[in-house]
Design a binder for this molecule. Structure first.
Ligand SMILES: NC(=O)c1ccc[n+]([C@@H]2O[C@H](COP(=O)([O-])OP(=O)(O)OC[C@H]3O[C@@H](n4cnc5c(N)ncnc54)[C@H](O)[C@@H]3O)[C@@H](O)[C@H]2O)c1
Length: 267
């Protein structure tokens, strides 16, 4: 309970998946939590569930693509709970039909993703940091993605926006560290959120599992526990970092399977 005692957290995209897991874990650890989401009903329901278990939470509407809405969410958090110590910039979006390769990516979709995935992080920080300075410090966690570290056949806008989140994290950490504000990111690999489970056929999930070093898929709580650690004072000397939570999917030289076949053929 003490890990997040006296902390007030704003969690964007908190009605589902990674954000919902983190909201639950932070509330269980004693934080007061504001769950902000485009899906306002989902945010309200998530807050009700936390309250039913003895936690403190409120659900509100947020459009992370809209500057005024982000400002409103931060100000609401401060009015509701007196301060904001923790900001989890978690909203992220992509649309595979439009976010294609370099020659074909829809440019309106490119702009939308830079706005929702990247500018929302900047704006969340812009509005929260003055309150954090007033409160004596804080912890900001951004959701990047392993797509920000690797190339892929599609999702060029998503990948570029998430790579930018990784470096924006370092800028925030550099510029506000002396104000006792830490900023880190988490980079998930494939995580079995409801959206991922519904959108990916079993065959595609099997392809991902095949390349994990570990014999299982990632789950929302795997990210939630990492974010909780970065939000708590246990990580008080960690800033500017992006923690990759990806089951070892990206750690090996990609030629390993080919070489294993080569070795077995030639031994
Ligand atoms: N699930 C994965 O495999 C995976 C992998 C890498 C990175 N991520 C990142 O993790 C974050 C959370 O993803 P998730 O898998 O939990 O997704 P999810 O779809 O389960 O949840 C996302 C939540 O964000 C909300 N949302 C979407 N657009 C919004 C907007 N403009 N304003 C306010 N709320 C909005 C949705 O309503 C939803 O509740 C995203 O940034 C995503 O890019 C996910």
């Amino acid at each position: 309970m003490a890990r997040m005692k006296d902390k007030v957290a704003l969690i964007t995209g908190g009605a589902s998946g990674i954000g919902l897991s983190t909201a639950n874990l932070m509330a269980q650890a004693g934080a007061k939590v504001v769950i902000a989401d485009f899906n306002a009903d989902g945010a309200l329901q998530a807050a009700e569930n936390i309250k039913a278990q003895g936690g403190e939470a409120v659900g509100i509407f947020l459009d992370a693509g809209n500057e005024a809405s982000i400002k409103e969410a931060v100000e609401f958090t401060v009015q509701q709970f007196g301060q904001i110590t923790t900001l989890f910039n978690n909203v992220g979006s992509t649309n595979l039909m439009k976010d294609q390769d370099v020659l074909n990516v829809d440019l309106d979709e490119w702009d939308r993703l830079m706005n929702v995935n990247l500018k929302s992080v900047l704006l969340g920080c812009r509005f929260a940091i003055p309150h954090m300075i007033e409160a004596g410090g804080g912890s900001i966690i951004n959701t990047a993605s392993m797509a920000g570290f690797t190339g892929d056949a599609v999702r060029v806008a998503y990948g570029a926006s998430k790579a930018a989140v990784v470096n924006l994290t370092k800028y925030i950490a550099t510029q506000y560290g002396k104000s006792n504000i830490r900023c880190n990111a988490v980079a998930p690999g494939l995580i079995l959120t409801p959206a991922a489970k519904n959108n990916m056929p079993p065959e595609v999930l099997d392809i991902f599992a095949k390349y994990n070093a570990l014999p299982y898929h990632g789950e929302p709580d795997d990210i939630g526990h990492t974010v909780l650690f970065l939000a708590s004072d246990e990580s008080k000397f960690i800033t500017g970092q992006t923690i990759q939570v990806e089951g070892g999917h990206y750690i090996a030289n990609p030629t390993v399977p080919d070489f294993e076949q080569y070795m077995s053929r030639n031994n």
